[in-house]
Design a protein around this ligand. Structure first.
Ligand code: ADP
Ligand code: MG
Length: 329
């Protein structure tokens, strides 16, 4: 048995248009190419929930499609659950679940329950098991309230909940969720996060592509950042939190060591410096040392450490200001 659920080595993908369509006669016939994924290597173990983040067009969906076996990489090795996803698609697809928030697996003109019944047959699930699973899915996503309705008549959020149900009906070891939270209300997002966490406790692996910071922070143990098809960051969330900046707000009434105080303002990012009130931004792992030095430099009359803001952390990661980097966990 492999000790990983996902392994890739130097995976690259370039999309080429079939024909270059252009009104510029000089360029006609050229086949425009787009490098969507550039030498991406990954190792993801069972039970991990990994957030895949990056700006639009950074290659997230391309990576998910390669990992699901929908498209073939131009180069590199891919092994998921012991299968080559593209070459062994038939055997592999039963072991995974996939949701593309923008595209539906459901039959629009049929009631949701008919689509679920169809997937019951596809996944070869017994009637008893199916009924149990529908009950679980109803607890997770409240599908019973609209299960009899044709999918076409569902609200967008209900449709996404139906899609989630259809893709995880067979309780797969590996699930890919590509922007699953589009259209979900706060309650449904919470339920989705609970569902993902329960999967992780049971040793099941989830890859989550999302721009929803709350969902990422409540579910993921690790974040991978793609930028222009390149894997820029691959780190445990806890590690990233330690690297992120925390605000120390303080006020003092007596300076004991003016040089040390100046040094603290030049060594750290100074957000505000006033006669009475100042704010320094420091890395999470140096808060204690900075507060110690502040106490040596002056008599503090007010001190507050603001916790690391995960929203800031994720936008710093995606926009890439170079303060956090590294590939290992
Ligand atoms: P993301 O999911 O991060 O938004 P994608 O993986 O969908 O990014 O796309 C990565 C890049 O590849 C983008 O520049 C996109 O325009 C391009 N791309 C994606 N799919 C195709 C396709 N079928 N044909 C040509 N270019 C594509
Ligand atoms: Mg995408």
């Amino acid at each position: 048995m492999p000790t990983f659920d996902i392994f890739t080595e130097n995976v690259s993908k370039t999309y080429r248009a079939r024909w270059g369509i252009t009104i510029d006669k000089n360029k006609s016939g050229k086949r425009p190419a787009k490098l969507a994924l550039d030498n991406v290597s990954l190792l993801i173990g069972p039970g991990e929930t990994v957030g895949l983040i990056g700006l639009n067009g950074s290659g997230k969906s391309t990576l998910v499609k390669i990992l699901c076996g929908i498209i073939k990489p131009d180069q590199g090795e891919v092994n998921c659950l012991g299968y080559n996803p593209f070459r062994q698609r038939r055997e592999y697809v039963n072991k995974i679940g996939v949701v593309f928030g923008q595209k539906s697996l459901l039959y629009m003109d049929l009631p949701l329950k008919d689509s679920l019944e169809l997937y019951r047959v596809v996944y070869d699930i017994s009637r008893d098991e199916f009924n149990r699973e529908i009950e679980n899915l109803d607890n997770c996503f409240g599908i019973n309230e609209f299960i009899e309705q044709p999918v076409r008549k569902l609200s967008f959020g209900q449709r996404v909940r139906g899609d989630l149900a259809a893709s995880i009906l067979h309780n797969p070891q590996l699930v890919f969720l590509d922007e699953p939270s589009i259209g979900l209300d706060i309650l449904a997002c919470d339920k989705l996060s609970q569902y993902i966490n329960r999967r992780s406790e049971n040793g099941k692996t989830t890859i989550l592509v999302s721009h929803n910071v709350d969902l990422l922070s409540s579910s993921c143990s690790r974040l991978i950042v793609l930028e222009g098809g390149v894997k820029r960051i691959d780190r445990a969330v806890e590690w990233l939190k330690l690297q992120s900046l925390v605000d120390i707000e303080f006020a003092f009434n007596n300076v004991r060591d003016a040089k040390l105080l100046d040094l603290l303002f030049t060594e750290n990012k100074c957000k505000e410096r006033g006669e009475l009130f100042s704010v320094l931004s420091v890395r999470s792992d140096s808060v204690e040392a900075t507060v110690d030095r502040l106490q040596k430099a002056c008599s503090l009359v007010y001190l507050q450490v603001k916790p690391a803001d995960i929203r800031d952390m994720v936008s710093t990661l995606i926009l890439g200001n170079g303060s956090m980097s590294g590939e290992s966990k």
